[in-house]
Write a protein that binds this ligand. Structure first.
Ligand code: IPD
Ligand code: CA
Length: 281
């Protein structure tokens, strides 16, 4: 039995799941990066700023094909194609392009996020990631993680260093797509900014989490994330020695995700709770 299987449960061959997550993510990465068309067809989703291109859809189709061929009994939950139930208790949670706005503008901070989770990924706190990969083809960097097996950047093991105190911390965050939500988020970030080293808005939640695990951010918070934005990245953070939480005693969810190492992660969560960062809109 592998270390991963001991903590991830029977039947969870974590190294093999990690390898499959990486293989699928790299295949999708080769498609979106290597075969990027000159003209992207752009459609909108939840708001005029929430975009999807033909490459998001094509990459998700490819992920579905690769994962279903290798593990026909597992479920699949994807940003573009919705949910297909499985019977193994494991579900692949995929974002074919996290950071679609960056992709559209030719900015390199986008990634393919592939994770396999146990439990129901639609219910906050009712699932846990077992293995995952965040592949950023335009940056040429690939993160992998497996429960009990560790987190890796291009095969090198990651170990998060002691964090600075809040005034010295570089904090990543992001904003939702609806105007009212953004107005509230802008008010919160205006209060956070004078209390920290600086803020980064990279535009790809999966990468934010991986950059945090790699020491390129000190902490990260965002409201409005979906399971596919965080399922792989949060495992990279926790396996690198960090923690991912919500506000108060809540698990990370759409309401709020706060990530970092102790004690900074708790200090930031307290500040966000004081600022009512998870409400009202
Ligand atoms: C978005 C990105 C962005 C974050 C948004 C996400 P998408 O994902 O991760 O950084 O701020 O909350 O929805 O739409 O590009 O897949
Ligand atoms: Ca996406």
């Amino acid at each position: 039995m592998s270390a991963g299987e001991a903590v991830a449960g029977p039947g969870a061959d974590v190294p093999r799941l990690m390898a499959l997550a990486e293989r699928a993510a790299r295949a999708a990465g080769a498609l979106v990066h290597g075969q990027r068309p000159d003209r992207l067809e752009v459609d909108t989703k939840s708001s005029p700023t929430d975009v999807v291109t033909q490459m998001d859809t094509a990459a998700e189709d490819l992920l579905r094909e690769v994962l279903a061929a290798a593990r026909p009994g597992d479920g699949l939950f994807g940003e573009e194609g919705g949910r297909r139930p499985g019977r193994s208790g494991l579900t692949w949670v995929v974002d074919p392009i996290d950071g679609t706005v960056n992709y559209l503008y030719g900015l390199p901070a986008y990634a393919i996020s592939v994770a396999v989770v146990r439990g129901d990924p639609a219910v906050p706190g009712a699932w846990e990631s077992i293995a995952g990969c965040v592949h950023a083809p335009a940056l040429g960097e690939t993160w992998t993680a497996g429960r009990g097996e560790g987190a890796f950047l291009d095969g090198r093991r990651l170990r998060m260093a002691e964090p600075p105190q809040l005034p010295g911390a570089l904090i990543g965050t992001g904003f939702g797509y609806r105007a009212a939500r953004r107005r509230h988020q802008a008010g919160v970030v205006a209060q956070v900014l004078p209390q920290v080293r600086d803020i980064r808005r990279i535009g790809c939640a999966a990468l934010d989490l991986c950059l945090l695990a790699s020491g390129r951010l000190d902490a990260y918070y965002e409201r409005g994330l979906n399971p596919w934005d965080m399922a792989a990245g949060q495992l990279v953070v926790t396996e690198a020695g960090g923690r991912v939480r919500g506000l108060g005693r809540t698990p990370p969810s759409e309401a709020m995700v706060v990530a970092g190492r102790d004690p900074l992660v708790d200090r930031l969560a307290q500040l966000l709770a004081d600022l009512d960062a998870a409400g009202p809109d």
